[in-house]
Design a protein around this ligand. Structure first.
Ligand code: DAH
Length: 343
């Protein structure tokens, strides 16, 4: 009988050796070590044996059972391992391939323009000064020579903050920063740009947004003249738009006197007046400017008999549009990657 246990073991192991797939290995398990398998059949024979042989037979059958179970586990592991190496060989890994580039973030075109503006004015000795986006009516209008009900207010359609006791609003321009910069700077000269978000109660269209950036500039000193204004802003335009003619054109703002807009020659028609971008004038308006009005100087704490200054305000989105011929201001908040990735 011990002999047949031995034979069974050899046969089973030889068979297992040749097996390399999950289905066959399972069939093998059922055949040999399953509940109705060959090993259990041996145990069932024990009762029929002469008493003297039962011990040895039982021991041999147990060893067989353990050996086959161990062989089964080892085979299952080996099949798994072989499947893995086959899969790896089927898709070879080329370690010399360059890695995949992770998608990189992208600086928004408005921010790129803002950074250029900071750089140009930074090199001219201007500080960057930030002031609040939620302002009082006093700062946004009255101290800038725009009293309540003054018709000039029509130029700045305003979002008011509901329920505030004093009139509170979202600033319609960065000009209230002039007052804050002067009050912070007194009695020293001031030379600062003030960038930031502004808000207007507009019907959104290709030309108007309700939210946009401005960069204000303010210079206050002892002998600041209109010549300083022209020199500074002409140099700014040269660095921003390249060697391109500029002109100063009479304008009106309540907080400057005299006031002027600065234009650069149209980048499309080059002054011929043939393009809708410049409304057929040959010139593109890029900023408003002027000599700080004596009342505004006074409101900032400076005596207009001793001090003078100039100021300007520009829109980085508008400058970006003019530089790149962008037709619609809504792209700046559109978050359309087809637009953003061009810059
Ligand atoms: N605040 C003006 C606007 O929003 C722009 C401006 C014009 C600013 C003339 C100035 C200036 O500082 O001197 O339209």
């Amino acid at each position: 009988m011990s002999e047949s246990v031995h034979e069974l073991q050899s046969r089973a192991l030889a068979q297992l050796d040749a097996i390399w797939d999950n289905e066959s290995v399972e069939a093998w398990r059922v055949e040999y070590i399953g509940r109705k398998g060959a090993v259990n059949a041996l145990f069932e024979q024990i009762g029929a044996l002469p008493k003297a042989e039962r011990g040895a037979f039982g021991k041999a059958a147990n060893e067989l059972k353990n050996a086959l179970e161990a062989a089964f586990q080892a085979k299952v592991g080996a099949i798994k391992q072989r499947a893995l190496s086959e899969a790896l060989e089927a898709e070879p890994l080329d370690v010399t391939l360059p890695g995949r580039q992770p998608a990189r973030g992208h600086v928004h075109p408005t921010i790129q323009t803002l950074r250029e503006i900071y750089k140009i004015f930074g090199e001219m000795g201007f500080q960057v000064y930030r002031t609040r986006q939620v302002e009082t009516d006093m700062m946004n209008f009255q101290l800038l020579n725009i009293p309540p009900y003054h018709p000039a207010r029509d130029n700045w359609s305003t979002f008011y903050v509901a329920g505030a006791e004093e009139k509170v609003l979202l600033r319609t321009h960065t000009s209230p920063g002039q007052i804050r910069a002067m009050r912070a700077g007194y009695p020293n000269p001031v030379r600062a740009i003030l960038p930031g978000m502004c808000y207007r109660y507009e019907q959104i269209s290709a030309r108007y947004e309700i939210q946009f950036n401005q960069v204000e500039g303010i210079v206050v000193g002892r002998h600041i003249t209109f010549g300083d204004l022209k020199g500074t802003l002409t140099e700014f335009a040269r660095r921003m738009f390249g060697a391109r003619p500029v002109r100063f054109y009479g304008d009106h703002f309540p907080f400057t006197e005299p006031s002027a807009q600065m234009d650069v020659r149209c980048i499309i028609c080059e002054g011929k007046g043939t393009d809708p971008l410049c409304k057929y004038t040959g010139w593109l308006e890029i900023l408003g400017s002027g000599m700080v009005h004596p009342d505004v100087l006074r409101n900032g704490g400076y005596d207009p008999n001793e001090w003078s200054g100039f100021a300007f305000g520009m829109g980085p989105e508008r400058i970006t549009m003019l530089k790149h011929g962008i037709q619609d201001i809504r792209y700046f908040w559109g978050n359309d990657l087809r637009f953003l990735e061009q810059f």
